[in-house]
Design a protein around this ligand. Structure first.
Ligand SMILES: [Zn+2]
Length: 208
C-alpha cells in the first residue's frame, strides 16, 4: 500500500467505503476480547490522568504558577542544591563552543553551593525592610514585582560568598538585576559595598 499523498477518484473512495462497512469479521477469540478490554481500561486511566493534569493547570492558572511560600521555595532550592552535590554534570568534559571557559556562566566546574541556615526568610525580610523593599540597582519596588510575577525581591550576597550572611554583605535586588549582577562581579561588589557603607553611616548619624 503506498503511503503519502496520492489521488483517489470518487469511485475508488465509494468502493473503499462500501467495503469497510460491509466487511464481515469472524468473532474475536476470548483472548483477543480480554486484550481489547485491557487496552480500553488503559485508555480510561490515561483519560483520567489527563483530566487531573488539566484541573491542576487550571488551578495554577487561577492562583498563579509560583504560589509556594518563600520558605518552601528556599527549602526546595536547598534540596535541589543538595541533590546536585557531587553529581557529574551532563556537560562535564564538553569540548568546543559553549564549553567551560567559553560559556559566560562557567564558574570553574564547581557544583552549586548550599546556603547556610542563617540565610532564612526572616533575615531576608530584615534586609528587604532595611532597603525599603526597593531594588538597589534599578529601583523596582517589591509591590511592582509581586504584581507582575508574584515573587518577592531577592536578597543578594554582595561579595558572592553565600556563606557570608552578615547584613553588610546583603542587599535587595529584583529578579532581573539579580541575574544581571552575575556578570562583572568585581564591579558590582565595589558598587554595592559603597552603597551599603553609606546606608550604615547614615544610620549611625541618625541614631546619634
Ligand atoms: Zn532591579
Amino acid at each position: 500500500m503506498p503511503t503519502g499523498i496520492y489521488f483517489r477518484t470518487r469511485e475508488t473512495r465509494e468502493i473503499l467505503s462500501l467495503a469497510a462497512h460491509t466487511r464481515i469479521r469472524a468473532p474475536h477469540s476470548e483472548e483477543t476480547c480480554k486484550r481489547i478490554g485491557d487496552a480500553q481500561r488503559g485508555k480510561k486511566r490515561k483519560a483520567l490522568l489527563k483530566e487531573s493534569i488539566i484541573k491542576r493547570t487550571e488551578t495554577r492558572r487561577k492562583n498563579g504558577w509560583m504560589k509556594n511560600p518563600e520558605s518552601t521555595r528556599l527549602k526546595m532550592s536547598i534540596n535541589n542544591a543538595r541533590a546536585m552535590e557531587g553529581r557529574v554534570a551532563w556537560n562535564k568534559g564538553l569540548i568546543g563552543y559553549g564549553a567551560k571557559e567559553n560559556h559566560w556562566n562557567w564558574k570553574g566546574g564547581k557544583t552549586p553551593e548550599v546556603y547556610p541556615k542563617e540565610f532564612n526568610a526572616s533575615l531576608k525580610l530584615k534586609i528587604r525592610e532595611r532597603d525599603k523593599f526597593i531594588c538597589c540597582r534599578c529601583g523596582k519596588t517589591e509591590k511592582d514585582q509581586l504584581e507582575k510575577i508574584g515573587r518577592v525581591l531577592s536578597v543578594n550576597h554582595i561579595n558572592y560568598d553565600k556563606k557570608d550572611c552578615s547584613e553588610k554583605n546583603l542587599n535587595t535586588l529584583c529578579v532581573g538585576c539579580n541575574t544581571q549582577v552575575n556578570k562583572d562581579r568585581g564591579k558590582w561588589t565595589i558598587h554595592f559595598q559603597e552603597m551599603i557603607e553609606k546606608i550604615y553611616d547614615n544610620k549611625i548619624l541618625n541614631n546619634a
